[in-house]
Design a protein around this ligand. Structure first.
Ligand code: 5GP
Length: 185
């Protein structure tokens, strides 16, 4: 499908809402509370994996009340559409030395686990004070590598999802909820 077709079919590809805006909001509040309790008084660095996690990061960091710093890195395993390439590229790395920080990686979704497995290995080798992973969504049934996030806000079935930062062909990131993408039409 080219861009014009994608725009024409935009709404019809949104099959159903899986997780509403309100559900996301309250899960984030709860997660932020846990982070506040665990990291109070410690140097905390939130590392978001672009592009998909930018909305989750923006909402999560504003619910966290303890002092923290924000950083971004860019890792991608999906080239386009709904098929995984199986190759993880780090296209933008962190600028800072993370050895003086407790790091939390903020991710949109764990699918096969390859992306985070690689990112965690890379960051662990830089000796942070601690390293944990929070993900908005987790698809445990799709796991290929032995990786599990420390905190997952929602477990979902094997469906290709869009919205709240997650794309299909770079579209749908601006939906305020998580929806199932209709791959049939
Ligand atoms: P993994 O390396 O765990 O297979 O994949 C992680 C990345 O794949 C995510 O950060 C996300 O960009 C992409 N991904 C995995 N599942 C989905 C999905 O259902 N929808 C979208 N839009 N992206 C996904």
């Amino acid at each position: 499908m080219d861009k014009t077709e994608m725009i024409e079919n935009f709404n019809s590809k949104i099959k159903r809402v899986l997780i509403s805006e309100d559900e996301i909001k309250s899960a984030i509040k709860e997660a932020a509370k846990k982070i506040d309790e665990s990291y109070d008084g410690r140097p905390l660095l939130l590392v978001s994996i672009l592009n998909g996690a930018f909305v989750f990061m923006a909402d999560l960091c504003r619910e966290i009340t303890v002092p923290c710093e924000i950083a971004f890195m860019c890792a991608s395993s999906y080239y386009s559409g709904t098929q995984s390439s199986g190759i993880v590229n780090i296209t933008m790395d962190l600028k800072q030395d993370i050895s003086g920080y407790h790091v939390i990686i903020v991710e949109d979704i764990v699918d096969t686990g390859r992306t985070l497995n690689d990112v965690v290995k890379l960051l662990r080798a830089r000796n942070p004070l601690s390293l944990r992973v929070i993900t908005l969504l987790d698809k445990p049934s799709r796991r290929i590598v032995d990786f599990n996030p420390d905190m997952a806000l929602f477990e979902i079935e094997d469906r290709f999802v869009i919205g709240y930062g997650l794309d299909c062909g770079e579209m749908y990131r601006n939906l305020p909820y998580i929806a199932e993408y209709d791959e049939t039409k």
